[in-house]
Every structure is written in C-alpha cells, then in structure tokens.
Write a protein that binds this ligand. Structure first.
Ligand code: IVH
Length: 675
C-alpha cells in the first residue's frame, strides 16, 4: 500500500472512530459492536505506529474517548483512570508478554491473574477514614462526573469500610476503582416488570447501567438494579497489597464486592492455556462480559512498566468474539402476554451466535420499531447476551433494496381478534379482552411455573392443549382435570397422566406466597407476594383490604396498590378465588412462617461451585430454598457449606482458606432430606 493510501485510510478511520466515540460515550447510542470498534481502533493504532510522524494531537488514539457531560460537577481523579490494551487471540497475548519481558525481566518471575472483563462502566469511589465521600464516573480518564448521590443508592457500594471483617486496617484515604453494571437476571426482571406495566423496556444492560448512573434524580437510580465489582486501588494514603491477587482479597475484606471467578496462574503459558475454558464459561457468568483481563500479579513490576498512551503495560484485555451479527428479518409477529400486552418480535433467517442458533429476537415494543424504522425484509443487527432473549439492535439501512415493507402495528389482537387499546401515558398496546385465549394460556403457564405453584409436567404444549380443548377456562380448572380428560389428549399415556395429576394434587400444599405469585397480579412478584402473605395471612383477608392498608406493605406504591385492589374487585377473579377455596387450594401465611424454622436447612447458607453431577444450578438452589436454606453467590465466613461440583472456580480456594466445610451433591441431598 502506498503512503497516500495510508494517509487516506488513517483519516477515514479517525473520522469513523470519532463518530462512534461520540455515539457511545456521549449519546449512549452505539451504532456498532464494541468488538468492531476495538478492531477499528487497533487498525488505526497499527497504522500510526508504522507512521509515527503522522500522529496528530486530535487523533482518537490520543485520548480514550468520552467527555464529561456538563450536567454534573466535574471531578479530577487523583491518578489517571487508565484503559486497557486489547488482544484478540492467544498470539496477541504472547506478543504482549514478550514486549513487557523485554522491558523488565522481573516479568518472568511474576504470576498472572485472570479476571472477567465486565461490560459496564468504571466508577471511582473515594473513602476518607473509611467513609464513602465521593463517587465519580471515568469521564475522559482525567476528569469524571460526580455521581456520589447516585452511587449511594447502589447497595453494593459500601458506605463505610470495613463492612464486616475486623482484622483489616483501613487507610485514612482510599480510592477504589470498580465496574458498575446490571446483572442479566436483574435486567430481565426489570424489563419484564416494565413490560407488564406498559412502560418502555430498556435495550441492554450496559446502556441501562450508564443511563441509571447519570440520572440527575438519585431516586430514579435507586430503582435500578445497579451493582458493582471492585478490582483496583487508584490511590491510598498507605501502602496497599503488592500483588493483584492479594489486592482482590484485601478489597473483599474491606467489604467491596469482588469477582469470585478470578484465577491466579503461575505463568503466561498457563494463562494462555486457560483461554478456552474462559471462552466456554462465558455463558454461565451472570452478567455481560466482553473478555478476560490478564494482569501481572506483581503490582510493583506492573507499575514500573508504566503506560503506553492510556493503557497500562501490566495488563491486557483479551476480547471475546462479538455476540452481535447481522441477519434478515423475515417477518414481524406479535405475542400476547399474560397481562394482555402485545409484544412484537422478529422472525429471523436463522443464524449462529456463539454456538446457539437464533431464530427469533425481541423488538421490545412498537415505538422501538417506529423509532428505528425497522421493516420486514431488512438486514438487522441482533445481539445475544448470556441467557437473555436475543434482541434486535436496529436495521442496516444501507443494505436496503426497496423491497422492505414498513411495519404497521396490528389494530386487532392476533389471538382473539378483538380491537387493541393504548393506555394513556404507556407505550404498550393491550388486548383488553378478559376471555382472550392467548392471555389465558400465558396466565395458566404463569400459575403452574416453577416460581409459582410449580406443577411439574405441565409445560407450554399441555397448557395450550387443555385451554384449546376448553378443559381449562381459568386456573382453578386445573384442579378439576380428571384422568379421563388427560387420556383423551394427544400424546398422553397412563403414566404421564398419573404423574401430572399427582403434581397438581401436590401443588395444593404450596405456600400462600406462591399462590399469590401465581395469581399473576400486575406488579406482584415473588418478593412482594411473600410480604403480602405475611401481612394478610390468607386470600380472604387480602381480598378485603383497602388501598390504604396496602400502602403499609413495604414496596407497595400507588400503582401496585391500585393494581392489587382492582384485581380483587374483578368479579371473574372473585369467582376463581372461590373456586380455589372450594377445591382446597387455601394456604395460610402464618402457618408457613412457623414451619420454616423446622425445615432441615433452616439458617444454613450454601455456595455452589462447578457443575453438579445431577442437579442443574437453579434446581440445586431451589432444593436449598425449599428446605429452608439460603443459596448465595460468594464464599464468606457466613457460608455454612460449599457444594463442590466438577471444574470448580476460585470459590473452592476461598472456602479452603476460610475453613468452610466442603460437601458434594449427595451430601446436600441427604441434608435436605433431614438425614
Ligand atoms: S483493569 C489499571 N479489570 O474495561 C486498571 N478493567 O477496556 C485498568 N473493565 O475501563 C483496568 N472489568 O472499565 C480492569 N476486571 C477488570 C475489568 C476492567 C471491566 C473495564 C474498565 C476499563 C475497560 C477497559
């Protein structure tokens, strides 16, 4: 390539990168994946390295992007909040190692720490005499925004350190760096709630976290499930640990949340050998990760190596392949939810993303389709993150050929054909027909689901069958199903029918909290259902309460109070409740509270690590919870047992270090049975 070709390419890359920087850091509306962006930036860095004379001060390589917005007070960081250089494969990692060995031979004697690269936002937390006094965003790395009030609402941020351990000395001044983010499950829960309430749903966890942190009203931030993980010390009045591994332990001791899947390895070869395992593990991490950070364990050596631009030489981020891909949107279809909300989704030309074939993706709501001008026949970018339902990011308009069809939202419910309605102030469209079969199917599915009445063997297909045959007209009818009814259904043999009838019978013993969850009242999830059960004792009492009584329950605001109140005023619901009572599905709240203390695992806390031979993780947690125990994510002194499976993570080391007893799945089962 000639020099003039290179100058053109450099110019073009700078322009594009500047645009993407602005979209991502300022508007929070990225147009391309981080992976594509990183590769573009890498290309520019390579070209500039080949022509150092052409580097200009305004090149995006000369700053890390993102300017602090004017809305918040600006904060100068006590030391530069550095970024990380990227690697895309094992070769790049080895190249990095060789470069730093050449600079300092002590590198060969250092161990390495592997940490998840959390896809969130850096926050800088200041402590004076152990008190949280200021929190800032990263901004441009030198100056960030003061978001102290917002960070105070994040429960994972310790307001005073040490939080629990006594045997740790706290420096008078300490500045900690952490990543703020939203867990995938929390993100999904938040969106489900918003969808049920007819509100606009969020597009992805990272942008939601960014938006929440920059809320001018901290009360709003407080309603978002933000969390943090700490991984570095920016500044301290005293000497802090000399290795990254000890530093993580030190932060943990002070009470900061710290990842429990970090690993310490002896050499760079071992670090590289771990890469496939980290790639494979990606889907089991409960938050979005966009790579693995490989850090020199020896922090003195890392410090002495200094920085290259804005990147510390002592660490490198190995980026995962993007989980974004383009495909054709064949058709837009609409699903009718439990509360009648119409939810549009895309039927796609099947594509593989990270080993999973994706055929459908959510389109969030009709406003989203209109705002992004998504058309049937469009090429669209889609993204898959962890277990979250894949979603459409937007159309690639440049690839249109004119055959794409603009989309009109339906005016009639796709299930029952009744006109749909739009409620004042909400983005959602609803089917308000109480007899709509799609809603009934969703309601029954919810009623029998694992979090609610937990009727094993009553999957989606069976629910659709019994509803379409007219056997179940409300969920009370589930308890009226007979053996003959079931045997008449397609694919039902004797044993299957008996098992289902047993499961239905057994579900009559479920707690009041579960029954309240099962009713599917808008805004009432498992936690609130538990509080309502405790406060009111049975459904009769709950059905008689006033809106004012409901206000007294924690977590009940005006909308939810009204939603609960209205639900019990609806004559159809009153009928269903009567039906449940006459059948004997009538648990009482107080009874459950007494029983809990007599459950075999009561008062015990478990942490699971690795893959158990027979129980998937969620079922193991359920077994623990149902028998009165608690399953948590990280090992501490409060952990009663570590349940050990195959390929355990660093939780095992930590449990050993703290002397937490280690048991296997069989022992857990025995304990749960009270043996
Ligand atoms: S270390 C000197 N560790 O990735 C410290 N960064 O692409 C340099 N990030 O701005 C950063 N998880 O926001 C580090 N375990 C981790 C991380 C992490 C996520 C973010 C961080 C940084 C970005 C660089």
């Amino acid at each position: 390539m000639s020099d003039s070709d290179d100058t053109k390419l450099i110019e073009q890359l700078r322009k594009e990168i500047n645009l993407h920087n602005y979209r991502y850091h300022v508007l929070d509306e990225p147009l391309i994946s981080d992976y594509e962006y990183d590769q573009m930036a890498q290309k520019l860095r390579d070209l500039e390295a080949a022509h150092p004379d052409w580097v200009t001060p305004d090149s995006p390589t000369q700053r890390t992007g993102g300017i602090a917005l004017d809305r918040f007070v600006k904060v100068r960081h006590p030391a530069a909040i550095l970024s990380l250089a990227n690697a895309f494969n094992a070769e790049d990692v080895k190249g990095w190692y060789e470069r730093i060995v050449r600079l300092d031979t002590r590198v060969t004697r250092s161990k390495f720490v592997l940490e998840p690269k959390i896809d969130g936002l850096t926050v800088v937390l200041h402590y004076e005499d152990g008190v949280f006094v200021q929190g800032a965003t990263r901004g441009d790395g030198e100056v960030g925004e003061d978001v102290t009030a917002n960070l105070r609402t994040v429960k994972a941020v310790p307001l005073r350190i040490p939080v629990h351990e006594e045997d740790v000395h706290v420096p008078s001044r300490l500045v900690v760096r952490a990543e703020a983010f939203i867990r995938l499950k929390d993100f999904e829960r938040l969106n489900k709630k918003l969808e049920e309430e007819g509100e606009k749903t969020y597009l992805n966890p990272r942008n939601t976290a960014a938006g929440s942190l920059r809320q001018l009203d901290p009360k709003l931030t407080g309603t978002r499930p933000l969390t943090i993980l700490a991984y570095a010390i920016v500044d301290s009045s005293e000497r802090t640990p000399a290795t990254q591994w000890e530093l993580l332990e030190y932060l943990r001791k002070l009470g900061f949340p710290v990842t429990d899947i970090a690993e310490l390895v002896d050499s760079i070869d071992q670090a590289v050998a771990k890469i496939p395992e980290w790639n494979e593990r990606r889907d089991r991490i409960p938050f979005e990760v966009d790579g693995v950070v490989i850090k020199l364990n020896d922090l003195d050596v890392a410090n002495d190596l200094g920085v290259s631009g804005k990147d510390p030489r002592g660490a490198i981020a190995l980026k995962y392949p993007a989980r974004e891909i383009s495909t054709t949107l064949k058709e837009i279809r609409v699903n009718v939810g439990r509360t009648g909300v119409l939810a549009p989704y895309a039927v796609l030309s099947p594509v593989e993303i990270g080993g999973v074939v994706v055929k459908q993706a959510t389109l969030h709501n009709f406003d989203f389709i209109a705002e992004k001008d998504i058309r049937e026949g469009d090429h669209v970018m889609i993204k898959r993150a962890g277990d979250v339902i894949p979603y459409v990011i937007g159309p690639i308009k440049e690839l249109r050929n004119g055959s794409e069809k603009p989309y009109e939202p339906p005016s009639k419910c796709p299930s029952c054909g009744q006109p749909v309605e739009h409620l004042e102030g909400e983005v959602a469209w609803y089917c308000i027909n109480v007899g709509c079969p799609a809603q009934l199917v969703r309601n029954v599915e919810h009623f029998v689901s694992r979090e609610a009445m937990d009727i094993d063997g009553m999957g989606e297909k069976i629910v659709e069958l019994v509803v379409s045959k007219g056997l179940v007209k409300d969920y009370g009818d589930i308890y009226k199903l007979t053996r003959a009814d079931l045997l008449n259904l397609e694919g039902f043999a004797g044993k299957k029918a008996d098992n289902l009838l047993d499961a239905i019978e057994e579900s009559k013993q479920q707690s009041l909290a579960r029954l309240i969850t099962a009713l599917g009242i808008r805004g009432v999830g498992e936690v609130l259902a538990g509080d309502l059960a405790e406060s009111f004792g049975d459904l009769e009492e709950l059905s008689k309460v006033s809106i004012n009584d409901l206000y007294r329950v924690e977590g009940v605001g005006p909308n939810i109070a009204k939603s609960i109140y209205d639900w019990f005023q609806n004559p159809r619901n009153v009928q269903v409740i009567d039906k449940l009572r006459s059948i004997g599905v009538w648990p009482r709240g107080a009874k459950e509270r007494v029983n809990k203390a007599s459950l075999p695992l009561f008062g015990k806390t478990f942490v699971i690590t690795g893959t158990l031979p027979n129980l998937p993780r969620d079922q193991a947690e359920q077994l623990i919870a149902q028998n009165g125990g608690k399953a948590t994510d990280s090992v501490s002194r409060a952990t009663s047992y570590l349940v050990l499976g195959e390929n355990p993570g660093s939780k095992l080391d930590r449990a050993r270090a703290l002397g937490v007893p280690i048991i296997d799945e069989a022992a857990l089962r025995r304990m749960a049975e009270g043996k």
